[in-house]
Design a protein around this ligand. Structure first.
Ligand SMILES: O=C(O)C1=N[C@H](C(=O)O)C[C@H](O)C1
Length: 290
């Protein structure tokens, strides 16, 4: 399994009554695929997954699976917690969904198990998962950093297909990893403002919340770096990085939802506590950059 291009971690739109707005979710899913997204991610951070009930998670997954099934598009599903056993159970449950291409599994958060513990966690999961794993490396959310040597060892595990790499910049480990990644291991950009920089270093794609907006341009950016038109890629990359940075001016996905609502693509800009809606100024700043 190899990944390339732009994968969209879909937001969960809410209706006026607070319920999941299923039609809007389905519309967004089709729209981003129409615009050139390579695939979808269901139940990522951007979906406010921590605030969804079990039934709502099922509804979101059903909707994304239906769309990806119809469109023959890859579907990555967020699964995982700080505990190895419950993560393994969540992965087992994905057997029921033939449309699921891979699971996005975070480095265990809050526990800070050491890199040896991270390796043991993914080693145990790799032995029994029914779908390939994409490791979500996001130390500013998990509290656990994972260096290049460990990432390479993780990339060599059976059933580990890639990493969503979101370390808040382009550090030495990122450069070293992209210089020599394990075979069939996709290093996907997971920090939107650094998407272009990671593509320039050889990343095959990314998982990017801000690519709900201007999806076609994000897809074009990946293709332009791939084709070697560096002058065009650099200029487009700078423009999209500015857009991404403004989408992340407040906690994700508050600004994104404000913009999608202003565009009439979702019924409300509502987010669930502890997130609070983005301010008007942040939303207008993004709209100006569109
Ligand atoms: O849900 C995701 O997947 C993403 N989450 C990141 C975050 O909220 O920190 C951002 C990234 O664009 C995708």
């Amino acid at each position: 399994m190899t990944f390339h291009g732009v994968h969209i971690p879909l937001i969960t739109p809410f209706a006026e009554d607070g319920e999941v707005a299923v039609e809007a979710l389905e519309g967004l899913a089709h729209a981003v695929l129409d615009e050139g997204a390579a695939g979808l991610v269901a139940l990522g951070t951007t979906a406010e997954v921590a605030t969804l009930t079990g039934e709502e998670r099922r509804t979101v997954l059903e909707t994304c699976a239906r769309v990806c099934g119809e469109r023959r598009a890859p579907l990555i599903v967020g699964a995982g917690s700080a505990d190895t056993r419950s993560t393994a159970e969540a992965l087992d449950a994905l057997k029921a969904w033939p449309e699921v291409t891979a699971a996005l599994v975070t480095v265990p958060s809050f526990v800070r198990p050491s890199e040896a513990g991270v390796l043991a966690h993914f080693g145990a999961l790799a032995e029994r998962t029914p779908v390939p794993l994409v490791i979500y490396n996001i130390p500013y959310r998990t509290g656990q950093s994972v260096g290049v040597d460990t990432l390479r060892r993780l990339g060599e595990l059976p059933m580990v297909a890639g990493v969503k790499h979101a370390v808040g910049g382009v550090d030495l480990d990122t450069v070293m990893l992209l210089a020599d990644p394990p075979g069939d291991f996709a290093v996907l950009a997971g920090d939107d403002p650094f998407f272009s920089a990671l593509l320039a270093l050889g990343a095959p794609g990314g998982i990017l919340a801000s690519a709900h907006l201007r999806t076609a341009l994000f897809a074009e950016l990946a293709e332009t770096w791939r084709s070697g038109d560096t002058a065009r890629a650099r200029a487009l990359g700078h423009r999209l990085s500015a857009l991404s940075a403004s989408v992340f001016a407040e906690p994700n996905p508050t600004v994104l939802k404000g913009v999608l609502h202003a565009q009439g693509r979702i019924p409300t800009a509502s987010v669930r506590l502890p997130l609070v809606p983005a301010g008007r100024a942040s939303i207008e700043a993004v709209l100006r950059l569109m």
